[in-house]
Ligand binder design. Structure first.
Ligand code: ZN
Length: 206
């Protein structure tokens, strides 16, 4: 069956839905027909939610987590330990760590992992910003940086790169890595909270 059977607006919706991760052409078609059947209110609410998230959500000026204000909720929370920074690849990685209830420090979101093959160099990530945070932490000096990048090749390379950079700049700061036990090659966001909680509690010094 050719795509040309659909009216252009329907085809456009299928094309846009098909750009979402994990959505193949068949699923995109199914979702498009679901939206076509939905009430105007429901379909409008979906469109409005997408528009609002793009308009209102930006990155925290301190940790680069998602935020609807200059600073994210975690950076604004005075009860969180400011001497402890957990470094993750993506904003989505903060959620599984929060779910473990093992961690009461702050975060630093890199925006990805080092991958020379894909042309992702240290300058493409928020690494210099992390060093600056550690070096200029005035009234609340950083005691420990937990490297919680994914247990993948690129995640490990990123952790080693940052550990080395921190050793040179802030030798007094303890640098730790999540304990093994996480499924190798998998992303943090797929780890269950018990495993991730144990990996956090058992983190080792690099
Ligand atoms: Zn923040």
């Amino acid at each position: 069956m050719s795509d040309a059977v659909y009216a252009p607006p329907v085809q456009r919706l299928i094309t846009e839905l098909g750009k979402l991760p994990g959505i193949g052409n068949r699923t995109a078609q199914r979702l498009a027909f679901h939206i076509l059947r939905a009430s105007n209110d429901d379909a409008g609410a979906l469109a409005e939610a997408i528009r609002e998230v793009k308009e209102r959500i930006g990155l925290c000026e301190v940790c680069f987590n998602l935020a609807d204000a200059p600073r994210c909720r975690i950076c604004q929370d005075q009860r969180r330990d400011a001497g402890l920074i957990c470094v993750v690849e993506e904003p989505g990685d903060v959620i599984p760590i929060e779910r473990t209830h093992e961690y009461r420090g702050r975060y630093h979101v890199l925006g990805g992992a080092l991958s020379p093959i894909d042309g992702i160099d240290p300058d493409d990530l928020k690494i210099a910003e992390l060093y600056a945070r550690v070096e200029t932490a005035g009234e609340a000096p950083i005691r420990e940086v937990v490297l919680a990048t994914n247990p993948t090749t690129t995640g490990e390379a990123t952790a080693l790169h940052i550990a080395e950079g921190l050793r040179g700049r802030a030798p007094d700061v303890t640098v730790t890595r999540l304990a093994s036990g996480l499924p190798v090659g998998a992303d943090l966001e797929y780890a269950d909270e018990v495993t991730l909680g144990k990996a956090l509690a058992g983190r080792r010094t690099l």
